[in-house]
Write a protein that binds this ligand. Structure first.
Ligand SMILES: Nc1ncnc2c1ncn2[C@@H]1O[C@H](COP(=O)(O)OP(=O)(O)OP(=O)(O)O)[C@@H](O)[C@H]1O
Ligand SMILES: [Mg+2]
Length: 253
């Protein structure tokens, strides 16, 4: 076995000297938060990429992860319906379309809480950069469009940690429909808002529903102050834009 020499140790430290160590900034929950969580121990960064179906979230998160990891950062990814606790049951319940709006909402909140407690907070404690493919804003917007009470939702999601940054990729519904059809050759029942009875025509329903979602996101943006990013830019221009914004997050500026 080759022994590590002083030279190899030195060159290793030089190689890593250019890593931008994320500046630790204070964190807080939106409301009551989770019990027994010391926010001062959360050294990592939580960055959320929000946007409609087909807005380019997966594409951009994959590029950010590749770039961050190449820069020496450890990343962790989370997203909706990815909890080990209830994601499978939630998927089944949605296929059957048997739950009331409130029950479905609470199911999603459970999925979120499980990931917060068991993935997001431990990763932040260990100094990782957590990239969230959607967060509480999509969940709130979906419920608000369906007429649920805003103060009830705000209280429910008072458990959520305030992210270091939220990038909302805004794309016109007419462009979304083209992207989703090109990618999946079909529109999704829920993402077309078919449960709302906006139109009998699925395309028309998708356009109307996504228009309502965009209006609701703009309203939430004024409350939560996240960054609206032009998701209609070419993928490379958009990634450069997001990398610049991410650098600010790492510097704590
Ligand atoms: N900036 C862009 N310009 C044009 N097309 C794009 C852009 N970004 C992504 N796409 C394309 O749009 C489609 C949807 O992209 P992607 O899967 O990244 O979106 P998403 O928001 O993760 O969607 P989903 O809600 O289905 O998870 C893909 O076919 C992708 O290649
Ligand atoms: Mg995706």
């Amino acid at each position: 076995m080759p022994r590590r020499t002083a030279k190899s140790t030195a060159s290793k430290s030089t190689a890593f000297s250019s890593v931008l160590v994320p500046k630790v900034t204070s964190k807080r929950f939106y409301g009551h938060g989770l019990p027994r969580c010391d926010v001062h121990a959360l050294n990592g960064k939580l960055v959320v990429v929000e946007g409609a179906d087909g807005s380019g979230r997966s594409t951009q998160i994959a590029r950010l992860v590749e770039w961050l990891e190449a820069c020496g950062h450890h990343t962790v990814q989370v997203g909706l319906k990815r909890s080990t606790l209830v994601s499978e049951e939630l998927e089944l319940a949605q296929q059957g379309n048997i739950l009331s709006r409130t029950t479905l909402s609470l199911f999603y909140a459970t999925d979120f809480a499980d990931q917060l407690e068991n993935t997001i907070l431990p990763a932040l404690r260990s100094g990782s950069i957590v990239l969230a493919d959607r967060y509480i804003y999509t969940l709130m917007a979906r419920d608000l469009v369906r007429g649920m009470d805003e103060s009830w939702l705000r209280n429910l999601y008072g458990i959520a940690l305030e992210p270091d940054a939220v990038f909302y990729l805004e794309v016109r519904p007419e462009m979304l429909v083209q992207r989703v059809c090109a990618k999946n050759q079909a529109l999704d029942y829920w993402e077309s808002g078919l449960d709302l009875g906006l139109s009998r025509d699925m395309f028309d329903s998708f356009l109307k529903y996504q228009g309502l979602m965009r209006d609701t996101f703009r309203r939430l943006q004024r409350v939560y102050g996240f960054q609206i990013v032009d998701g209609q830019q070419a993928p490379n221009a958009l990634s450069e834009d997001l990398k610049r914004k991410m650098e600010h997050v790492l510097r704590g500026s």
